[in-house]
Design a protein around this ligand. Structure first.
Ligand SMILES: [Fe+2]
Length: 126
């Protein structure tokens, strides 16, 4: 059973889907069930995937990641960064060549989770 805000991935075509209306029994793409992505929280190598949140005046800056900047190449980049709050989701859509970071005008104490999706290494959260 799908749940609100879950993210699913199709290993065959690369489709990425976020659940906006929960309760469906399953998601199918390319004739097979989609994989529910579980966000990782630790990047053993250089911590370049885990979103780093810095509180600034008027909001927060989210960078991917803290100790090293994630690549933003044509074949390897951060596609989106999301901030989840109680009843709002803020999503910054990125493309190759952009900086893997963004400012969100939200209060840090309202944030439930920050997550990002790398087209090669999947979903990460902090
Ligand atoms: Fe990556």
């Amino acid at each position: 059973m799908t749940k609100l805000r879950e993210i699913y991935y199709c290993e065959i075509c690369g489709n990425v889907v976020e659940i906006l209306n929960e309760g469906a029994p399953a998601l199918v793409c390319c004739g097979v069930p989609m994989e529910k992505l579980e966000a990782k929280t630790e990047d053993a190598s250089t911590e370049k995937h885990v979103p780093f949140v810095e509180e600034l005046e008027g909001g927060v800056m989210v960078k991917v990641g803290q100790n090293a900047t994630h690549p933003m190449l044509e074949n390897h980049y951060i596609k989106f960064i999301e901030i989840l709050r109680k009843d709002k989701v803020c999503r910054l859509e990125l493309k190759p060549g952009d900086k893997p970071e963004g400012f969100f005008p939200v209060k840090k104490e309202e944030i439930i989770e920050v997550r990002e999706w790398c087209n090669l290494h999947g979903l990460w959260k902090s």
